[in-house]
Structures are given as structure tokens and as C-alpha cells.
Ligand binder design. Structure first.
Ligand code: DSN
Length: 433
């Protein structure tokens, strides 16, 4: 019989085994979740360093703890890299996530009871800008922009009217289903008229903006960008705030992060972010171009097979993301689960007109090309991917047989691209002996 220590070791080994199996599962799958990505070898190394075990509350060279000599040098360099990547005055690389970044900015510029304008959840808005998310946590009221399904974007005239009538403290933009650039330039007059702050949650499209292939929100009317750093910017699960406004406003944002909404930041993740940003300065433009090329082609191919891909009028997408109405193909839940059986990983998603649908069984699915592009998918691979999706969903081919083809196909993609060094993705790194 095992003694207690051995029993607990079994628990630990069980957890480790789950991680190994998960890595293997992703090694053999085609990952199309629009909010995920994988890190480069050098960025991954950073997560295992002693940086991850230390405290560095405050700002570089003004810390509350000793032992931060190298942390200060690191944070200085990460800020410099961020400023170069986003062509901005200010960078705060401390938020632990995109939602944390959003909370810091809300804390800086609002008081409980204030009203802000936000994208509707049905129009792809993120939960942190909903009343049951971070916005509600700050006690804010919200008013949503109307959405134009044909354009798959906010309706410009309707949005001007909403802003003019409600005079929000912040006009908040950015979505989790983010197909087309936000028409910020067209809204500048009304921003000036109501004298609001303009904040743009760039999480999904951060790497496309930094790669100069989407829009340039800081030059189009936004004062602040927030984001998570692990989607089209292929870094760690972490957050960032980019600012171009006044120094006074920026100090409020910094205080919104610390001590407003966190104590310590995760220094190992911040180091990984620094490596990711240096790689994006080097490779980001070509990476972002290929992501978008792949997404548009996947939209065209799926459309040819008879899928109802939204945004057709504007070429399906100008980002990494596609939204597809699969209500005629069994619904979002059925399609997502069928594809999962084939090792093709996507998520079910509400569509703008899903007013009476539950988010657990919506009409749509969402797909993103950023991770497959990262491991080398080019045009011919995207065409084959569309064929596999068609086989599984429209032709109802046996899921096990599609899965065999997926595993065989995926085994050809053995290198993380657009980064320094070489590494076979999804490998488990053993330290424990
Ligand atoms: N939940 C993420 C997404 O999938 O878009 C955003 O935080």
C-alpha cells in the first residue's frame, strides 16, 4: 500500500500526465480558436525563470522591495520595445491580462455611476465591457452601439447618435469577433463634441496593428489601447496598455494598474512579452500579412463549399477572424463538437442577430488563422483545411476518418515561424527527474 506521500505523488504525476496528453492532443490538432496562439522558444524560456518568483510592486527604479536590479532593467527595455512597436508615448506592461488592463483604465477614468458606450456582446463585444463583467464591477452604466450585419461592423450613423445623446465618459471600442477596422475617423467629430475619452480594446488585433496591417487606432482617434498579448501578438497570457494622451492621464492609468487593480505583476510573463515584441518588430509585418491572407482565403473557400460566411460584402474579413452562420448545418454547438471529434478546434459563437439564442447553442462559429499561420500554413494548406471542414460538416464524412487525415496533415508542421531560433511546437519540456 502507498504511504500518504506516495499517494500525493500520484496526484502530482496524474496532473503532469494530463499536461503531457494535452500537449500531444494539440500537436495532433488544427487550432483555430481566434484568441489563442503559441509562444516562441525564447519567450517560453522566460516563463521558467526566477523572474516568476519575485515581487516588483510599483514602477522601475521606484520599488517597494529590494532585489529588483535586473527587473528594473528588464521593465525599462520592455517599455522601450512596446513604444517602438506601437509608436506610442507610453506603455504599461504590467497588467496580468486584457481584462486587468481594461479594469485599470476604467478605474483611471470613471467613477461608479458613470456611463460609458460599448460594443454590444451580440456585435462581438468582450465580456469585460459588459455590465456583468469588469464594467459592472466598477459600477458603470453602459449604452451599446447599433450593429450593421451587412458591414459586420458598428453602424456609423447610429453610433454617432448614441454618443451624441448619451455623452459617455468613455467611448469604448474593440471586439472579440473583430472582422473589420472600427470606423474611428468617422467618429472623431462626435468624440470632440462630447469630450469623451476614447479607449480601444485591441486584444484580438494587437499583432495585426503592430504589424501595420489593420488600422492605427492611436492615429485615428483613440487615446488608449488595451490588450491581452497572446492572440495575434503571439506572446504570453498577459496584458498591456498603450497610451498616447497627456502625462496626467497616463499617471492615472498607471495608478489604475498599481495599486488600483493589482499588487505584483508577473515578471516572467513580462519578460516573455518583451521577447515577443522584439520578435514582432523583426517578423510582425510578414506574419500579420500572412494571417490576414489566410483568413480571407479560408472565408472564400468555405463560402465556395456552401458555408454562410458573414462579411461577404467586404471580403469576409480584414483580420484573422471569420464568423460563419451554421444554423443550417446543425447549429454552433453541433458543428463545434463535430469538428472537435476531427481534431479541428474552433468555438461556437453568438452572431449579431442571435437575440433569442443562448450562448451555449448559438447560430455561429468563430475561426482564427493566427496560430496555424504561426506554424507555417500557407495558401495550399488553407485550401486543404477548408476541404476537411467541408468533409466533416457538410458531407458528414466519418469523424474518425477526418481525424486521421488531420493528424497526418498536422505532422508536416514542425516549426514555430516568425521568431528567433527553432522549436518544434507543442513539445512537453521535462524538468522533474
Ligand atoms: N475569451 C477571449 C476570446 O476568445 O475572444 C477573449 O478574452
Amino acid at each position: 500500500m502507498l504511504n500518504r506521500t506516495d499517494e500525493f505523488l500520484e496526484d502530482a504525476l496524474y496532473i503532469r500526465d494530463l499536461a503531457k496528453k494535452h500537449n500531444k492532443f494539440f500537436e495532433e490538432s488544427i487550432p483555430l480558436i481566434a484568441s489563442e496562439n503559441i509562444m516562441s522558444p525564447m519567450a517560453m524560456e522566460m516563463l521558467l525563470t526566477d523572474f516568476g518568483f519575485r515581487y516588483a510592486e510599483g514602477l522601475p527604479h521606484k520599488r517597494y522591495y529590494q532585489g529588483n536590479y535586473y527587473v528594473d532593467l528588464l521593465e525599462d527595455r520592455v517599455i522601450d520595445l512596446g513604444r517602438a512597436l506601437f509608436n506610442s508615448k507610453y506603455i504599461d506592461p504590467r497588467p496580468l491580462s486584457g481584462t486587468n488592463a481594461n479594469m485599470g483604465v476604467l478605474y483611471a477614468f470613471t467613477k461608479p455611476g458613470d456611463l460609458i458606450s460599448t460594443p454590444a456582446l451580440s456585435g462581438g463585444g468582450h465580456i469585460s465591457s459588459a455590465s456583468f463583467g469588469a464594467v459592472g464591477f466598477r459600477g458603470l452604466k453602459t449604452v451599446n452601439y447599433p450593429f450593421n450585419v451587412d458591414e459586420m461592423n458598428i453602424d456609423i450613423d447610429g453610433t454617432i447618435k448614441v454618443i451624441r445623446e448619451n455623452k459617455p465618459k468613455i467611448c469604448w471600442f474593440g471586439q472579440s469577433v473583430f472582422l473589420f477596422p472600427t470606423p474611428l475617423k468617422e467618429l472623431n467629430d462626435v468624440f470632440n463634441e462630447v469630450n469623451c475619452k476614447v479607449v480601444y480594446d485591441a486584444a484580438h488585433v494587437l499583432g495585426l496593428i503592430a504589424g501595420k496591417q489593420f488600422q492605427d487606432p492611436l492615429r485615428e482617434g483613440a487615446e488608449i489601447l488595451t490588450g491581452s498579448t497572446h492572440k495575434t501578438l503571439p506572446g504570453p497570457q498577459h496584458g498591456i496598455i498603450v497610451g498616447n494622451g497627456s502625462e496626467e492621464d497616463w499617471k492615472k492609468v498607471q495608478r489604475g494598474i498599481f495599486p488600483g487593480t493589482l499588487s505584483n505583476h508577473h515578471i516572467n510573463a513580462m519578460a516573455a512579452l518583451g521577447i515577443t515584441m522584439s520578435e514582432h518588430l523583426e517578423f510582425g509585418e510578414s506574419y500579420a500579412k500572412q494571417i490576414i491572407k489566410n483568413a480571407r482565403l479560408l472565408g472564400e473557400e468555405l463560402n465556395k463549399y456552401g458555408f454562410k460566411v458573414l462579411g461577404e460584402k467586404n471580403g469576409f474579413t480584414k483580420s484573422h477572424t471569420l464568423a460563419v452562420d451554421v444554423s443550417e448545418n446543425g447549429g454552433g454547438k453541433y458543428v463545434a463538437e463535430t469538428l472537435e471529434k476531427c481534431n479541428i478546434i474552433i468555438n461556437k459563437n453568438l452572431l449579431p442577430y442571435d437575440n433569442n439564442k443562448k450562448s451555449m447553442n448559438p447560430s455561429g462559429i468563430r475561426l482564427g488563422t493566427q496560430e496555424v499561420t504561426r506554424i507555417g500554413f500557407k495558401e495550399q494548406d488553407i485550401k486543404y483545411l477548408a476541404e476537411l471542414i467541408n468533409d466533416a460538416v457538410i458531407k458528414h464524412r466519418d469523424t474518425n476518418s477526418v481525424k486521421d487525415d488531420v493528424i497526418e496533415f498536422k505532422s508536416q508542421f514542425n516549426e514555430i515561424k516568425y521568431c528567433f531560433g527553432k522549436y518544434k511546437p507543442y513539445q512537453y519540456v521535462e524538468i522533474f527527474k
